[in-house]
Design a protein around this ligand. Structure first.
Ligand SMILES: Nc1ncnc2c1ncn2[C@@H]1O[C@H](COP(=O)(O)OP(=O)(O)OP(=O)(O)O)[C@@H](O)[C@H]1O
Ligand SMILES: [Mg+2]
Length: 239
């Protein structure tokens, strides 16, 4: 596979934003969750998205991934308009994005290792190489000893780590993570953050939604605070 195909965002111009949101509003049942959000994120940024429970962090990430459509406004990912995409265009968008969401779903009839290699096989990576890369990511997340287990035999935190391994193994250029440390103990949370930092250092853009203050304070990164449907603060944390 070419480097271009692997990078996924290869067509992005040097000055282009990876994420560009203009005037995005999202209503649920006539309640306005997001109100005219404007946001630009450059290639290679690591950004935290925080704010109180119910502020709309998950909603915003779901809009970026086109799991939901905005009520109004425009969303661009790597130069492609997302909010008007047709169903048939979505797989191409989603191949560019690694998502670590709260409602992760593992393939129940496949082992831990197969759950991770599956993504690579889907993209045409040969079996041996796929196995090697999957094992490396699982090892980094402390799960290699569980590689032959079936998902139902894992704890919640272990299942979450398999879902994280699956999102990262393809080395996507854009990673969206929603409370990725939610079920992890402090050591594993630190290891996951260090893994995300490595991936970011290698050039990927990473957006992490979290209300974990320890996570925010562990790294001086750009932080967006979502409050009452708008971005209240955009800068280094702590303010
Ligand atoms: N599918 C839906 N239908 C109706 N309301 C929804 C839907 N999804 C989200 N909401 C509402 O939108 C608001 C924002 O939810 P969201 O999940 O984006 O918040 P959040 O910032 O991620 O919160 P948390 O920190 O608890 O994860 C909440 O009030 C929620 O009830
Ligand atoms: Mg949420």
């Amino acid at each position: 596979m070419s480097t271009e195909a692997l990078s996924g965002l290869g067509g992005l111009g040097r000055r282009g934003h990876v994420i560009r949101i203009r005037g995005v509003t999202k209503d649920y049942e006539r309640r306005q969750i997001l109100r005219g959000v404007d946001l630009s994120i450059d290639p290679g940024e690591l950004v935290f998205l925080t704010g109180p429970s119910g502020a709309g962090k998950t909603t915003l990430l779901r809009l970026l991934y086109a799991a939901e459509r905005p009520t109004a406004g425009e969303i661009w990912i790597a130069g492609d308009r997302v909010d008007t995409m047709t169903r048939s265009e979505l797989p191409r968008l989603r191949r560019k994005i690694g998502v670590i969401f709260q409602d992760f779903k593992l393939l129940r009839r496949k082992t831990v290792l197969e759950n991770v290699t599956f993504v690579l096989r889907f993209h045409g990576v040969p079996p041996k190489e796929a196995g090697r890369r999957a094992y490396q990511v699982l090892k980094r997340l402390g799960l290699h000893h569980r590689q032959s287990a079936m998902p139902e035999a894992l704890s919640g935190g272990e299942q979450q780590r398999v879902a994280i391994a699956r999102a990262l193994v393809y080395q996507p250029r854009l990673i969206l993570a929603d409370e990725p440390t939610g079920n992890l103990d402090a050591d594993l949370a630190a290891e996951l953050l260090s893994l995300l930092c490595d991936i970011n250092y290698q050039g990927a853009t990473v957006v992490v939604a979290t209300h974990d203050h320890a996570l925010l304070e562990s790294l001086p990164a750009r932080t967006l605070v979502l409050h009452r449907g708008t971005i209240d603060y955009d800068g280094r944390w702590p303010p």
